[in-house]
Design a protein around this ligand. Structure first.
Ligand code: FAD
Length: 314
């Protein structure tokens, strides 16, 4: 009943809170996590972007600002993206789709309230306009289960004026195969990820193998569709399946791309770029980066293994 559900979710939240404080108090964690983040400022993010572009990689830049709890914080996020675009243009970092913006809808308005959703839409339209005028694409990040529906509604509205706006879809969710089917038919730029957020018992695969199988099914749908698949994974099995599917579906290097995080499997990143495929690196920056990453790591045990693995495999 409702009482049990509330108790279970508050226990889960308490557990997440405990894991979060253990991570925050562990010496050296900040230094370790810092290698995956481009720093706090617009300048540091664009510095990292320039270095990546010099080795043939494309970049998507994400500003890790706070969730929008007021009009003022939402405005500040819009202003940051405008500054980022203006600075990128003046440094000559745009053109031929080498730079893209990733945005977290929750940083523009509260997605659980109608007024927050309208604010998010209006603000994202401002960011998309600025990006469009500079020749940059925009992709919506996907967060927890309850943000999926509002994010897809935002996508639909934004695409009326800006048809190239893309979205991340999470293979960990049961609904994603159907979402892929719909968006592939509409020709949307879809970033397929396994999913970094808390699982939801109403709608997630639990076992890692089931998430992997779902990822492959979704990949096939996207590759067979008329959209632009963005294969965001560090999993070598998934990247080789993507390459094989792209070949059999007749998708060339212009028709899809691979994406990975800054600092993860850098040799594989340059190898993909060197063979002529588009490799885009996700560069996150901003004052709130540490608490953002700690929250993600605390939320799902697989996120801990993810960072440990990358330290061991360098
Ligand atoms: P995993 O399932 O973690 O690992 C599978 C295999 O990949 C491993 O066995 C290993 O061989 C290899 N591997 C994995 N990680 C490493 C590593 N660190 N070092 C070396 N080898 C490794 N999630 C969201 O929920 N929403 C988003 O909007 C979103 N955007 C993303 C954007 C990009 C560009 C990327 C790369 C990820 C994004 N994610 C997002 C995160 C994603 O959901 C996964 O949590 C994350 O990518 C880990 O899953 P994986 O597919 O890389 O591989």
């Amino acid at each position: 009943d409702l009482g049990d559900a509330l108790r279970a979710s508050s226990l889960r939240l308490a557990r997440i809170g405990r894991v979060q404080s253990v991570i925050e108090e562990s010496p050296g964690t900040r230094d370790i996590l810092a290698r995956y983040i481009a720093g706090d400022t617009t300048q540091s993010a664009l510095g990292a972007a320039r270095d990546l572009m010099e080795t043939g990689r494309a970049v998507t830049v994400s500003y890790l600002g706070p969730d929008a709890d007021s009009r003022a914080s939402s405005d500040a996020t819009v202003e940051e993206y405008r500054r980022l675009v203006a600075e990128a243009v003046s440094r000559g970092l745009v053109g031929d789709h080498c730079l893209e913006l990733s945005v977290r809808p929750a940083a523009f308005g509260r997605l659980d309230q109608a007024t927050g959703r309208s604010l998010a839409l209006a603000q994202l339209q401002r960011v998309c306009r600025t990006a469009h005028n500079a020749g940059l694409d925009v992709t919506l990040d996907m967060e927890g289960f309850e943000t999926v529906e509002p994010t897809l509604r935002l996508l639909e509205e934004l695409r009326q004026d800006f048809p190239r706006v893309g979205v991340a879809l999470q293979a960990a969710l049961l609904r994603t195969e159907q979402d892929c089917r719909e968006l592939a038919a509409e020709g949307v730029r879809v970033r397929l990820v396994k999913g970094a957020h808390k699982l939801d018992e109403r709608g997630s695969f639990d076992a890692v193998e089931d998430v992997d199988r779902s990822y492959v099914r979704c990949l096939r749908i996207l590759m067979e569709g008329v959209g632009y698949p963005m294969v965001a994974t560090h999993d070598p099995r998934m990247t080789s399946i993507a390459a094989a599917l792209a070949r059999s579906c007749g998708k060339g290097p212009e028709d899809f791309e691979y994406q990975m995080y800054l600092g993860i499997r850098p040799l594989e990143q340059t190898a993909i770029a060197d063979r002529g495929d588009r490799m885009r690196v996700y560069v996150a920056y901003g004052p709130a980066w540490y608490s953002y990453l700690v929250r993600r790591v605390a939320e799902r045990p697989t996120n801990v293994t993810f960072f440990v693995r990358s330290l061991l495999s360098r």
